[in-house]
Design a binder for this molecule. Structure first.
Ligand SMILES: [Mn+2]
Length: 371
């Protein structure tokens, strides 16, 4: 599908979904979004536009640490909230039920894994270039609010593009946003907004609040909002954790050089902060032809979390799925072809690391979860 066709299709299906709800003023709508600077702006765009369009009963929450949309604790929270319609943004897609009987629309751009019964999925996956979830939502909004109102929110879509794809992403919306708001403050805002979800407690509530009230990216980058102190503190916490994690020496596996066309490089760390994707990303510059893995033993008790980045032409998702460890959950081996990862139960880690071709330097000393 071309970008233009996807844009029209997304807007059409979004409109049909809203039209199927009882009525604007009566429907209690809840939005669940990812906690990164794609999911958060996607959620803020949707909530702000629904507000402008006269939907008064709209609530929103970002996912919390280690959660997916399908985690039992998330389903419990959603049930307790008892919404009449549900949006799930930037959190992937699966065939498992979320809230049976509640009209649900998933908007996402990761590899689709199915659609919950009775719900709909708008996906950007498979379209080149792949749009962010924030941009998909922005496209949808053209059927909900006036063009002038939508244009005033364009910077939110631009933040999602800068965060997920960087400033060279070939989207007209990014180019247009850069003529209206300077790139520097947008980049700084992205870095602040991505900090809270990487901290030890991973609470992105304040980052989301910021996006719900700010009128431009400068208010965020300049720290002029009530939530700014919390964002700055989060950034500092993550910077300290990242500096320590970056000092790890890379470990190598050449086991799959022939069959995969790439070596594996692992960086080992032990921190409650979600810096393993950043470490993988950082070292990718040094090992351009390898799959680089940031491996974190301290992120969440009972699990080893890792993030893998691969070169173009090497399908990281396929490789990980072919080597799925025992007890891998449904979050394992998802994401994008060149960026994936997973959480491996500590009891399965050592066998997994050995299968990947790593030596004792990647083994856990006490793989017993009770230890
Ligand atoms: Mn995203």
């Amino acid at each position: 599908m071309t970008t233009l066709a996807l844009e029209a299709e997304a807007a059409r299906r979004f409109q049909a979904f809203l039209a199927s709800l009882p009525s604007a003023s009566a429907t209690r709508i809840h939005v669940l979004c990812d906690s990164d600077c794609d999911g958060l702006p996607a959620g803020a765009l949707l909530v702000r536009a629904l507000g402008l369009a006269g939907y008064p009963h709209v609530t929103i929450e970002p996912k919390r640490k280690g959660e997916s949309a399908w985690s039992p604790e998330v389903i419990e929270r959603l049930k307790a909230r008892n919404p009449e319609a549900l949006f799930v943004l930037d959190l992937g897609s699966r065939a498992d039920a979320l809230l049976p009987g509640v009209p649900t629309l998933l908007i996402d751009h990761h590899l689709p894994g199915g659609t919950p019964p009775g719900s709909e999925l708008i996906t950007g996956y498979g379209t080149e270039p792949t749009p962010t979830t924030g941009l998909l939502v922005y496209w949808c909004l053209r059927v909900l609010i006036a063009e002038e109102q939508r244009k005033a929110l364009l910077w939110l879509a631009a933040l999602s593009i800068l965060s997920d794809l960087g400033d060279k992403a070939p989207f007209a919306e990014l180019a247009e946003a850069r003529t209206l708001w300077p790139t520097g403050p947008m980049r700084d805002a992205v870095s602040l907004l991505n900090a809270p979800r990487r901290t030890a407690n991973a609470d992105a509530t304040e980052a989301l609040q910021t996006l719900l009230i700010a009128v431009n990216p400068k208010q965020i980058s300049k720290g002029e909002l009530p939530q700014s102190t919390a964002l700055l503190a989060a950034k500092e916490e993550v910077a300290v954790a990242l500096a320590a994690a970056k000092k790890a020496a890379p470990k190598f596996s050449r086991k799959y050089r022939e069959t995969l066309g790439a070596d594996l490089v692992a960086l080992r760390m032990d921190t409650p902060c979600q810096v393993h994707p950043l470490v993988a990303q950082t070292w990718r510059g040094r090992f351009r032809d390898s799959i680089v893995m940031g491996v974190n033993f301290g992120f969440r008790p009972g699990y080893v979390h890792f993030s893998a980045r691969g070169p173009k032409g090497v399908n990281v998702i396929q490789f990980l799925r072919a080597h799925a460890p025992a007890g891998a959950d449904q979050g394992y081996g998802n994401g994008h072809d060149q960026a994936s990862g997973g959480a491996v139960p500590v009891a399965s880690w050592n066998a997994f690391a050995e299968d990947l071709g790593f030596g004792p330097e990647l083994q856990l000393a006490s793989p017993d979860p009770a230890a």
